[in-house]
Ligand binder design. Structure first.
Ligand code: AP5
Ligand code: MG
Length: 225
């Protein structure tokens, strides 16, 4: 299963990515999380990336592409992967297709999680994340059981530096300018699947999973022939 998750900041890419990973046992790869980790440790591109992240801008295409190429070469990606936050420009989408084609592979489904800006702002404003395992919570819609502590690993919950209203607005603008066209890129050849993201987390997942079950069934038929 080789999947791409698209959608406005706060649409639920990370949330759905975690659920898909848990059900299908394939890695959920968030370029945002990888970049935040590099910024926190200050290694390699991490020092320069900080300024892009805090302003809500995209890091340069060549850096993002290298991050993803490196990650997809890891052994745990052999059975498939979920890319969350990549590709974010048409150039990144083309580079990914080119790399995969070299191995006779491809992106099978690109999901667009549709949500309004108003909902996105509500979600971002009250999002909390685990510092240790990256699990995603919301102060109203998906609360952790303990106060400020991750249900899964007991790690400390924190608010992302780019989750201020000002940076979020810039991220929406950048999304419309640079990432929205990626949707058309995948729609052109029938790889785009659009789901209504303004529903409860579990209901959105039912829709996503409906498409994934079809993909699995098609693969099983293909292997049996
Ligand atoms: P990234 O980390 O990818 O941020 P983003 O795209 O802005 O998306 P978010 O992570 O904010 O939202 P999400 O859709 O994952 O929502 P979530 O599931 O958390 O990128 C950050 C930065 O890194 C970029 O700005 C850029 O600088 C850089 N970057 C990353 N990739 C790059 C690339 N390829 N090229 C260049 N630069 C790159 O959910 C949000 C909240 O809502 C949570 O609190 C959650 O609990 C809640 N929630 C989720 N679903 C629901 C629901 N159905 N109902 C109610 N609440 C919900
Ligand atoms: Mg995310």
């Amino acid at each position: 299963m080789r999947l791409v998750l698209l959608g406005l900041p706060g649409a639920g890419k990370g949330t759905q990515g975690e659920l898909i990973a848990r059900k299908y046992g394939i890695p959920h790869i968030s370029t945002g999380a990888i970049i935040r980790e590099a910024v926190a440790t200050g290694i390699g591109y991490g020092k320069e990336a900080d300024a892009y992240l805090t302003k809500g801008n995209l890091i340069p295409d060549d850096v993002a592409i290298e991050i993803v190429y490196d990650r997809l070469n890891k052994p745990d990606c052999r059975r498939g992967w979920i890319l969350d936050g990549f590709p974010r420009t048409v150039h990144q989408a083309q580079a990914l297709d080119k790399k995969l084609a070299q191995d006779g592979s491809d992106v099978q489904m690109a999901f667009e999680i549709r949500i309004t800006k108003k909902s996105a702002i509500e979600r971002i404003a009250k999002r909390r994340m685990c510092r240790d395992c990256g699990a995603i919570y919301h102060l109203e819609f998906h609360r952790a059981k303990g106060k400020g502590v991750c249900d899964l690993c007991g790690g400390e919950l924190f608010r992302r530096d780019d989750d201020t209203e000002e940076t979020a607005r810039r991220r929406f603008y950048v999304y419309m300018q640079q990432t929205h066209p990626v949707m058309h890129y995948y729609a052109q050849d029938g790889r785009l699947y659009s789901v209504d993201g303004i529903r409860a987390i579990g209901d959105v997942f039912v829709d996503v999973d409906h498409h994934l079950q079809r993909l699995v069934a098609e693969q099983n038929v293909g292997e049996a022939q």
